[in-house]
Ligand binder design. Structure first.
Ligand code: SAH
Ligand code: SF4
Length: 391
């Protein structure tokens, strides 16, 4: 039997106001250099007392140590005079998010539970495939949007991740994979998806600044074609995302009728399907070679009928969207109000979309044995912690 969801109240605010909280200074008063552009690093060095010329030189050297060598310890920066190194270490820090828990799945998927310097947990996942390795990066701690099938949406706590914490995830993955110094060939970490916890377009500035650093050719050097930003449909920010970041776009569509999308993606009450698809049609840089991905989570008896599939095709055609569809089997979590569609139903849905000429692969669930879906490791870890505390 599928769960009756119609009578359940939607938790949290339906029309959230995304207020960016001020960055929390580090307890030790030092300035974090990860996540700053070269110019901002130079400004920070000048503010600490270096003259123009020194600040410019040191900023260039430090950038190289951080993003090409993966070095976080000023004592190891051999092109800075030894007696000067402690001066930097007293004022600045090059850090990574703290690792609370690291797990490896039997299928090679890796998952980390991380902690910000002010004590908030968030997640990161690495998914190795034959031809690529994809890092799934978080943009916020929790999420204000309360999609009903998403474990992250049930979390109360929300804070925007800072650029240092977003870039820091990539750095940490590089550390774990042993991929320093930066090189352009033979990498394991080849792709990034902003599909971890949070809504990236509600943390626009920080996500943009972080991705600019990740894409910088003299450093981490991931091409914008290998980075995908996923949004639940924050329509007013989509054009800016295309213009100012320029990465691939994924849209969490999940339903084709107002009634169902209003229920499972409450943001739909603010920005409806038609408005969302118009914004997709206008997304800068989308074309047949660079398609927009529509994510569609398969929920039993909710959004998975043949009629839904045909309506999906009709909408994609109506807006002439260069589109592909990712069908995601729902990953259940304790307390979720939905079930995953049957495999045969998912295949039938996929076939209808595919026969209309639109690619519609079914995503194989990865890392199920380590709760690797969005928001689930954090929830599991909190439960463990609570039961330890109760014991
Ligand atoms: N907030 C953004 C990005 C993070 S969510 C967004 O919603 O697009 C990344 C993807 O994971 C989204 O498509 C989301 O719908 C999907 N997702 C979340 N919880 C899921 C679950 N339990 N099972 C399957 N997919 C899920
Ligand atoms: Fe937030 Fe995305 Fe989860 Fe919706 S699916 S609650 S937007 S993280």
């Amino acid at each position: 039997m599928s769960a009756d969801t119609t009578l359940m109240p939607i938790p949290g605010a339906v029309d959230p106001v995304p207020v960016a909280r001020a960055a929390v200074p580090r307890a030790d008063g030092r300035v974090e250099l990860v996540g700053l552009s070269r110019d901002r690093i130079r400004d920070a060095l000048e503010a600490a007392g270096l003259d123009d010329r020194q600040a410019k030189l040191r900023a260039k050297q430090i950038w190289h140590w951080i993003y090409n060598r993966g070095v976080g310890d000023f004592a190891a920066m051999s092109d800075i005079a030894k007696p000067q190194r402690p001066w930097f270490a007293e004022r600045f820090v090059i850090s990574r998010p703290e690792v609370v828990e690291a797990q490896v799945s039997s299928d090679g998927t890796r998952k980390w539970l991380l902690k910000t310097h002010d004590g908030h947990d968030f997640e990161m996942v690495f998914i190795p495939d034959a031809d690529r390795g994809t890092l799934c990066v978080s943009s916020q701690v929790g999420c204000t949007l309360n999609c009903r099938f998403c474990a992250t949406g049930t979390m109360q706590l929300v804070r925007n991740l800072e650029p240092a914490e977003i870039v820091g995830q990539v750095m940490l993955a590089r550390d774990a994979l042993g991929e320093w110094p930066s090189q352009s060939e033979g990498r394991m970490l080849t792709n990034i998806v902003m599909m971890g916890m949070g809504e990236p377009l509600y943390n626009f500035d920080n996500v943009r600044d972080a991705l600019k650093i990740v894409m910088d050719g003299d450093g981490l050097g991931l091409s914008r074609r290998r980075i995908t930003l996923s949004t639940s449909g924050v329509v007013p920010m989509m054009a800016r995302a295309g213009e100012e970041i320029g990465v691939n776009l994924a849209v969490s569509l999940h339903a084709v009728t107002k009634e169902v999308r209003d229920e499972i993606v409450p943001l739909n009450r603010k920005y409806g399907i038609e408005q969302l698809l118009e914004a997709c049609a206008a997304y800068p840089g989308a074309n047949n070679a660079r398609r927009i991905t529509f994510e569609y989570v398969m929920l039993k008896d909710k959004n998975d009928s043949d009629e839904d599939a045909r309506e999906l095709v009709r909408l994609i055609r109506k807006y002439k969207l260069p589109a592909k569809v990712n069908l995601i089997p729902f990953n259940p979590w304790p307390g979720a109000a939905y079930e995953c569609s049957d495999p045969a139903r998912i295949r039938a849905f996929s076939n209808i979309v595919f026969e209309s000429g639109i690619s519609a692969p079914v995503r194989t669930p990865r890392g199920r044995d380590i709760d690797a879906a969005c928001g689930q490791l954090k929830t599991a870890a909190e439960k463990k912690r609570r039961s330890r505390e109760a014991a």
